[in-house]
Design a protein around this ligand. Structure first.
Ligand SMILES: [Fe+2]
Length: 286
């Protein structure tokens, strides 16, 4: 069954949130929600997720799944806010355990934080199918940007997470802990093995000034035009390009706060004795 896809673009982090559903009043899935975070004050705000919640209420949708394509490094997830207001199960790849293990060490997290994925309501196995009313999401692992990246295919659409960007922007970086350019190349090839007209929905867009923001493209367009990985680019060429390019990139502005929230499924760290949650800044680690 072909889903209806409604996209929301967060300009602060260039992130797309998707609401995927069958019809008014049906079940829906929310993919990659955003909770704003102001570094200067340490305050979160809900301005990015409020339109998503309003849309779901207007269409009388029932949230079944709150999906993450990966543990984002550029924004905080609003998954827990959506769950608190609208219900649904917060889910992502089972491989989040690997990401949690890496970052539990980096942040020296409290002993009660167990890197077993139990912070999420549901861990998705590779190649598992998730039922969402009359829709089915075929989930498949697309590691490379992170070990726990997962793409979600529903009907003629795939939500590709941080793998491909629009053809003129290229592909996701692979230099975060656990990232791997060779794996990303193979993950992208799997996505590009779908039929030509398959719609590929991006996690982000960083458009040049010459065009508007755009949330999807097709397999055919990517194979023909993607500047990093069009047909004919070998794995070796891709890996060399990615490593060279990644060495020039700064860390994302919100990587340290984002990871600490996102590996907790969007929960804040436990409150300390004064009833306040804190985030950490590891010095000279990343
Ligand atoms: Fe990412």
């Amino acid at each position: 069954m072909t889903p209806i896809v409604n996209s929301f673009f967060d300009t602060a982090t260039s992130t797309f949130t998707y609401v995927v559903y069958e019809k008014e009043g049906s079940s829906c899935a929310v993919i990659d929600s955003v909770l704003h975070f102001d570094q200067k004050s340490g305050r979160t705000n809900t301005s990015s997720v409020e339109p998503v919640i309003a849309f779901i209420q207007n269409k009388k949708l029932q949230v079944e799944w709150i999906l993450e394509t990966h543990a984002h490094a550029d924004h905080l997830s609003a998954a827990q806010l959506i769950k608190a207001q609208l219900g649904g199960k917060v889910a992502m790849s089972q491989h989040i355990q690997q990401v949690q293990t890496t970052f539990k060490d980096i942040f020296n997290l409290e002993g009660t934080f167990i890197a077993d994925g139990a912070q999420f309501d549901y861990l998705i196995q590779d190649d598992e199918k998730l039922v969402c009313g009359d829709l089915v999401f075929q989930c498949f692992g697309v590691p490379g940007h992170t070990p726990a990246c997962m793409a979600y295919q529903c009907g003629d659409s795939i939500f590709v997470g941080d793998t491909l960007f629009l053809p003129d922007v290229g592909t996701a970086r692979c230099d975060f802990p656990g990232g791997d350019a060779q794996s990303l190349y193979r993950s992208i090839k799997r996505i590009l093995s779908f039929p030509d007209q398959t719609k590929l929905y991006m996690c982000h867009d960083y458009p040049p000034s010459s065009r508007e923001v755009q949330c999807f493209t097709t397999v055919a367009q990517q194979r023909k035009e993607n500047i990093h990985v069009h047909d004919g680019v070998s794995e070796e060429e891709f890996v060399n390009m990615r490593k060279t390019r990644d060495a020039t990139l700064e860390m994302p502005t919100l990587i340290l706060p984002s990871i600490q929230i996102n590996i907790r499924a969007g929960h804040f760290p436990p409150k300390e004795s004064n009833q306040v949650s804190y985030l950490k800044l590891p010095l000279n680690i990343l």
